[in-house]
Ligand binder design. Structure first.
Ligand code: ADA
Ligand code: CA
Ligand code: CA
Ligand code: CA
Length: 203
């Protein structure tokens, strides 16, 4: 490819972006990572230790897109209310990848999560979680509600691939429903670990 044929606007330089504190995406704002990789330091080691810092904190109505989260993944992305995550890739999930901290609807479009020792999506509030073409490799649970909490949650999974893990959803909540279609799974021990099989349906 001759540089003569490459307009300046086509050039995307992918870089590592070092951070030492949480990136705040304020209510209604958009953070576009432009394909760059965030590398945290001093915020946690990405182990299973609780109380690591989140890489991102999304306030109500925030959008996070086109970003890779490198190791250490620390406590991932904390969401307060509604949010959209698009083309977000966790290269090596830390304690967990995303936590719903307060009630809201979170839509994840074309996101990828790799190398989660245990949980990818940690649900600590009522909510609606929509996964469109989510891809997960190596995990304990893709989605887990907190402890024995009876959270009212609807999980919709529209396309995606899930390989090498224990469960896609694990919950103790009788108030959680899963609807799914067009998923591909391999080496997942038990797809749905829920109190009653009637909580899971295709659509
Ligand atoms: C564990 C822990 C909870 C909470 C959760 C999380 O389940 O028991 O208190 O910290 O992890 O949000 O990571
Ligand atoms: Ca945890
Ligand atoms: Ca990991
Ligand atoms: Ca956590």
């Amino acid at each position: 490819l001759s540089s003569d044929n490459l307009a300046a606007t086509d050039v995307t330089i992918k870089a590592n972006v070092p951070i030492t504190s949480t990136i705040l995406v304020k209510a209604g704002e958009v953070y576009d990572g432009k394909g760059n990789t965030i590398i945290a330091s001093g915020m946690g080691d990405g182990s299973q230790a609780e109380n690591q810092k989140p890489i991102f904190r999304l306030e109500n109505g925030a959008t996070l897109k086109n970003v890779k989260i490198g190791a250490p993944g620390c406590d991932g992305v904390h969401v307060y209310g509604n949010a959209t995550l698009e083309n977000v890739e966790w290269l090596d999930v830390g304690e967990d990848a995303m936590t719903l901290k307060s009630k809201g609807t979170v839509t994840l479009n074309n996101c990828i999560a790799k190398l989660a020792y245990d949980k990818i999506l940690q649900i600590n509030a009522d909510g609606t979680i929509i996964l469109n073409n989510f891809r997960a490799t190596t995990f304990g649970k893709v989605l887990r509600t907190n402890g024995s909490g009876q959270y009212t949650v609807t999980v919709t999974i529209n396309g995606g691939t899930f390989s090498g893990g224990t469960n896609i959803v694990r919950t103790e909540s009788k108030n959680l429903k899963v609807r799914y279609r067009n998923i591909t799974t391999s080496n997942v021990t038990k797809l749905w670990e829920v109190p009653n099989a009637s909580q899971v349906s295709t659509y």
